[in-house]
Design a protein around this ligand. Structure first.
Ligand SMILES: Nc1nc2ncn(CCNC(CO)CO)c2c(=O)[nH]1
Length: 295
């Protein structure tokens, strides 16, 4: 139905997970391209100690990933001593899932006690200063799909998740973004770490030159096909949020280029950056958790 699953249905899914693992994660990580969504070896999940993996097809009410190579599984365990759950393989609107179904794992994370969402993705770099291989801390997003009314919160609201009209002006936690810049310096990657505005298009096609020029005019720094709806659902149920984009190609905003964006280069850049990303996100998990403990 277009109205999504009921609270009770998602509690069923949460109870299934709570019965399958003794891990009680406080941070949930959505692994985008380059973070293990396309291959297991070298991905973030490799850093998870005592991993307990549950394939999506075993989880009641979960969709299954259909994107080539997206390994659909939840990985429970500890990252730098912090109990986490990692989503290896996410659900995209372009696969045919309604937005509420793409975001279902976020509500389930909330129901098993997750308080912080780290959403990573691959994105095209629109800001001319960005280089392929850069990492962009998401400062804010533009919900382009929402402008057309396509919103994961569309339909009746269930107050047990959150309010009918949730604010979105502080979606990307300021303290986390400060920590992320400090950790970038400590890790010696501050030269490739940016901060900017992300937008999500429905896909699956990449953008036209005219669309990219329009997005650039309205202040978009990176464009992708995910994350925005997951963040809206996370903020609706009062999770803290951090977003991180891996810039996998430079968006072409002139007509005299014939290079075309393609999925293969997205995967290649993901492989190139996977160790840096694994180390960075693992450190962020640790520092976000200790910052939350201190606050
Ligand atoms: N120009 C541009 N470059 C990008 N690199 C990664 N993505 C995110 C979409 N990734 C898809 C296709 O690789 C798989 O989910 C994009 C995008 O949407 N646009």
């Amino acid at each position: 139905s277009s109205k999504g699953y009921s609270y009770e249905t998602l509690v069923e899914t949460a109870n299934f997970l709570l019965s399958r693992t003794s891990v009680r994660p406080r941070i949930g990580v959505i692994c985008g391209s380059g973070m293990g969504s396309y291959w297991k070896e070298g991905s973030l999940a490799e850093n998870i100690t005592d991993p307990e993996c549950i394939p999506y097809e075993e989880i009641p009410n979960f969709p299954v990933s259909t994107v080539e190579g997206h390994h659909g599984r939840l990985v429970f365990g500890k990252l730098e001593g912090v109990p986490v759950v990692a989503m290896q393989g996410r659900f995209h609107y372009y696969e045919g899932y309604p937005l509420w179904k793409c975001c279902l794992p976020v509500r389930v994370m909330k129901l098993i006690g997750v308080q912080t969402l780290i959403a990573t993705n691959a994105a095209g770099g629109l800001n001319p200063n960005y280089k392929v291989g850069d990492l962009m801390i998401v400062r804010d997003h533009i919900n382009m799909m929402g402008f057309a009314g396509n919103n994961p919160l569309h339909g009746p609201n269930d107050e047990r998740f959150g309010p009918r009209f949730p604010p979105m002006n502080k979606a990307y936690n300021l303290e986390y973004r400060k920590i992320a810049k400090e950790v970038a310096k400590e890790q010696g990657i501050d030269n490739i770490v940016r901060e900017g505005v992300y937008t999500c298009l429905g896909g699956p096609n990449f953008e036209t030159v005219a669309e990219l020029n329009m997005l650039k005019m309205v202040g978009v720094d990176a464009v992708g096909m995910s994350t925005v709806h997951e963040v809206i659902i996370a903020r609706h149920c009062d999770m803290k949020v951090f977003g991180l984009s891996l810039i996998t190609n430079e968006c072409v905003t002139s007509y005299d280029h014939d290079s075309e964006a393609n999925h293969e280069e997205v995967l290649d850049v993901g492989r190139m950056r996977q160790d840096t990303l694994r180390q960075y996100v693992s450190r962020l998990v640790q520092r976000f958790a200790s910052s939350d403990d201190a606050s």
